[in-house]
Design a protein around this ligand. Structure first.
Ligand code: CA
Length: 225
């Protein structure tokens, strides 16, 4: 496995350097950008395993970058901000960042959080959607099983469930689910997501009394496992 590659977008150069040194010492490869312009494009190249994204940046701010990325990308994001009261507001905006850190933070704390998120992401992408959870997803065979019983899903339903289950707890908007699950499928629309989810739920209900999909009013859906 190659070293995790981290993108730091931070305009405080001294801080960015310290953080970079700590991450490198922890065995990671690090890119640093001192402004927001171009950060979305760079991140969308898909080379990075995680972003450390400052909120206030020259050029494009962290909030815009996070929103842009979350339209199509699941790359883990740690947002950093200079004001602790900002964090509540950011949480309320449901930006989809994975974690938030208030400045000044200890580089050691950041490394610990980066490691924790990378561990979770690795577990999720290995298809190992939690050992204690009952849903198993076999991406090669397009097959999902719940408690050992195969769910009779269509390809679209499978892809949708797979996208949701890849990030337990994360709330996805319908737009994001569309972009993730059906990037090239122009026949699927916002409301189609709802009917696919209904079908998935019906098929899950046939084998289980638990509904692992949570509806988030006005936003979309989350997989709770
Ligand atoms: Ca800043």
């Amino acid at each position: 496995m190659t070293d995790p590659r981290i993108l730091i977008v931070e305009d405080e150069t001294a801080l960015a350097e310290v953080v970079r040194d700590y991450l490198v010492a922890a065995g990671m490869t690090v890119d640093v950008m001192a402004e927001g312009t171009g950060a979305v494009d760079f991140a969308l190249e898909g080379k990075h395993d995680l972003l450390v994204l400052d909120l206030m940046l020259p050029g494009v701010d962290g909030l815009t970058i996070c929103r842009e990325l979350r339209r199509t990308s699941l790359v883990p994001i740690i947002m950093t901000t200079a004001k602790v009261e900002e964090i509540d507001r950011l949480l309320g905006l449901e930006l989809g960042a994975d974690d938030y850190l208030c400045k000044p933070y200890s580089p050691r704390e950041l490394v610990a959080r980066v490691r924790a998120i990378l561990r979770r992401a690795a577990a999720a992408s290995s298809g190992d959607v939690g050992q204690h959870q009952r849903l198993k997803i076999d991406a090669e065979r397009w097959q999902a099983t719940l408690d050992g019983i195969t769910l009779d899903l269509t390809r679209r339903e499978f892809t949708l469930l797979q996208s949701l289950a890849a990030r337990p707890g994360r709330v996805f908007s319908r737009d994001m689910l569309l972009a993730l699950a059906f990037p090239d499928d122009t026949e699927v629309f916002d409301r189609t997501v709802d009917s696919h989810i209904r079908n998935i739920r019906r098929k899950i209900a046939a084998v289980s009394d638990q509904d692992p999909i949570r509806s988030v009013y006005g936003v979309g859906y989350a997989f709770e496992g």
